[in-house]
Write a protein that binds this ligand. Structure first.
Ligand code: HEM
Ligand code: HEM
Length: 174
């Protein structure tokens, strides 16, 4: 049941979830670009940020169903493209951390989330599952760069060229 449907701006909760998951997602990507050593402290942060993305993803789905969100701005075609792009982003937001978690579990390694709790690995190493999950995680990495670049590019295009409310209603104070 939708309780209230904001028509002009994203609700403060949606804005909060969007910004924290965007920072966590880009942070997880940057860590692997700058310090890809799987035995480092940074790698633990990579995994924790990824797990945070999963939790926020679930919160986002629940909140969006309850509170609704404003329609994309622009022509019918632009709205359709925005819808498709957001669907792809939702896909990557959940598949990227889940495939990462699957690699760690298949390697029979525990995942410690911000030092708060531990997700245990499988009892035994599973090479087939490692290959599958690693392949998926690496493949999705390329899709991530493309999607995030297009998404941020589109937001800036709306703001600086079309000069509409797209960016401010998601990132603004109102
Ligand atoms: C926002 C979510 C995430 C992003 C954007 C992300 C991104 C990446 C990138 C770019 C790499 C380096 C490319 C590669 O070796 O495949 C990588 C590697 C890795 N990530 Fe993630 N990751 C995320 C979440 C997670 C999570 C939640 C875990 C585990 C709990 C995880 C575990 C791993 C592992 C084990 C590797 C090394 C790959 C291997 O051994 O083949 N990742 N990740
Ligand atoms: C600094 C970088 C970012 C900016 C400037 C930005 C900007 C925006 C804006 C303006 C919207 C609203 C679009 C509309 O009204 O139709 C939006 C929505 C959205 N963004 Fe981002 N974004 C950023 C990073 C990210 C990242 C890294 C992800 C995920 C990987 C992401 C996922 C989404 C999703 C799924 C939506 C749909 C609405 C929702 O569920 O909250 N964004 N973003």
């Amino acid at each position: 049941m939708k309780v209230f449907v904001p028509t002009e701006h994203f609700s403060p909760v949606s804005k909060f979830i969007h910004i924290v998951s965007a920072v966590a997602f880009i942070g997880a990507l940057l860590i692997m670009l700058l310090a890809p050593d799987p035995d480092s402290f940074a790698f633990g942060v990579h995994q924790s940020l990824g797990m945070l993305v999963i939790v926020l993803y679930l919160a986002r789905i629940v909140w969006m169903n309850w509170a609704g969100k404003p329609n994309a701005l622009g022509t019918k075609f632009e709205k359709f493209m925005a819808h498709m792009a957001h669907l792809a982003l939702y896909g990557i937001l959940i598949l990227m951390p889940l495939s990462g978690l699957l690699i760690a579990m298949a390697k029979a390694k525990d995942t410690v989330v911000f030092g708060l709790f531990t997700i245990p690995g499988l009892a035994e190493r599973n090479s087939g599952l490692i290959d599958f999950a690693s392949g998926l995680h690496s493949f999705l990495e390329i899709i991530c760069y493309l999607l995030v670049a297009m998404h941020v590019g589109a937001a800036l295009y709306h703001h600086f060229i079309l000069k509409d409310e797209t960016l401010s209603r998601m990132m603004g104070k109102k």
